[in-house]
Design a binder for this molecule. Structure first.
Ligand SMILES: N[C@@H](CCC(=O)NCCCC(=O)O)C(=O)O
Length: 260
């Protein structure tokens, strides 16, 4: 019998699409995230449209990994006890209501977890950390946002160096202790949550990657976008392959349990 593929849950964004006076709600998932899971992690991306936090435990029994993607929307600052600093920036409270609980459930149930950009920020906030709402407004910090009017090839081009902790998984995947990464974010790590170990820093000291200490399964997150043209970047490829390996290990375990 053919082995069932590893399934990776990618929670969607909630967006109103259409013209200003005629919008409708849509559930949105970036193609590049799903493609990186399929082509570089070797797993099947899945969505659970309209999944509620109350369903997380049962839905996690159906999957082998979770990837929290990037998004133009910000994590609502109320989750780290702040007021919204810039009301013009998009939010996605419905996504927050699912993903912040999903992070904790993945760790409790040892489900491989990969966070990217907003997903990286969600994990930090879910575990009790905080965010800088506008990194560029903090004295001494760089502007980590992308050139909005530039072509996507430029927006996702390598933007700055990150220093990687020697001997860490990130350094192993990069094959070095520094790497060039893209940068498309206005928020950033303020207070790193307890239990997270910073694995990469930008030149201005901003935390750009972490692992969940003591996690029983893969639990890593990065502020940059390894899903962008992954196959062209050995570092990004190694990251997704490691995530895929972790998902396949859980898939094997799930299949063995279902055969008992
Ligand atoms: N809104 C947050 C997170 C930024 C982020 O995820 N950017 C990527 C958006 C487009 C994409 O999905 O590639 C912040 O500004 O920090």
């Amino acid at each position: 019998m053919k082995k069932p593929p590893s399934l990776v849950w990618l929670p969607a964004d909630h967006r109103l699409l259409g013209r200003d006076d005629h919008t409708m709600p849509f559930l949105v998932l970036g193609d590049k995230y799903a493609r990186a899971v399929k082509e570089n992690a070797g797993a099947q991306p899945v969505m659970f449209p309209l999944a509620q936090a109350s369903q997380i435990a049962e839905l996690l029994e159906l999957v082998d990994g979770v990837m929290l993607t990037g998004s133009p929307s910000n994590v609502h600052p109320s989750h780290f006890n702040e007021a919204v600093a810039n009301a013009s920036l998009p939010l996605d409270p419905q996504r927050d209501a699912l993903t912040l609980d999903l992070v904790k459930a993945c760790l409790e149930q040892a489900v491989p977890l990969l966070g990217v950009c907003r997903g990286f920020q969600e994990i930090n906030v879910a575990l009790g950390g905080s965010l800088l709402q506008a990194v560029q407004d903090v004295p001494g910090m760089m502007d980590h946002r992308e050139p909005k009017d530039a072509p996507y090839s430029e927006q996702y081009a390598p933007r700055h160096t990150v220093s990687l902790v020697a001997g860490s998984a990130l350094a192993q995947w990069a094959g070095a202790e520094t790497a060039q990464v893209n940068s498309l974010h206005g928020q950033g790590i303020g207070r790193l949550a307890q239990g997270l170990r910073a694995l990469a820093h930008a030149p201005d000291g901003l935390v750009e990657a972490f692992e969940v200490q003591g996690a029983r399964a893969f639990a890593y997150a990065v502020q940059w976008h390894p899903e962008w043209r992954t196959a062209e970047n050995p570092f990004y490829t190694a990251l997704f392959q490691a995530f895929g390996d972790a998902c396949r290990a859980r898939n094997e375990h799930r299949n063995q349990q279902s055969r008992q």
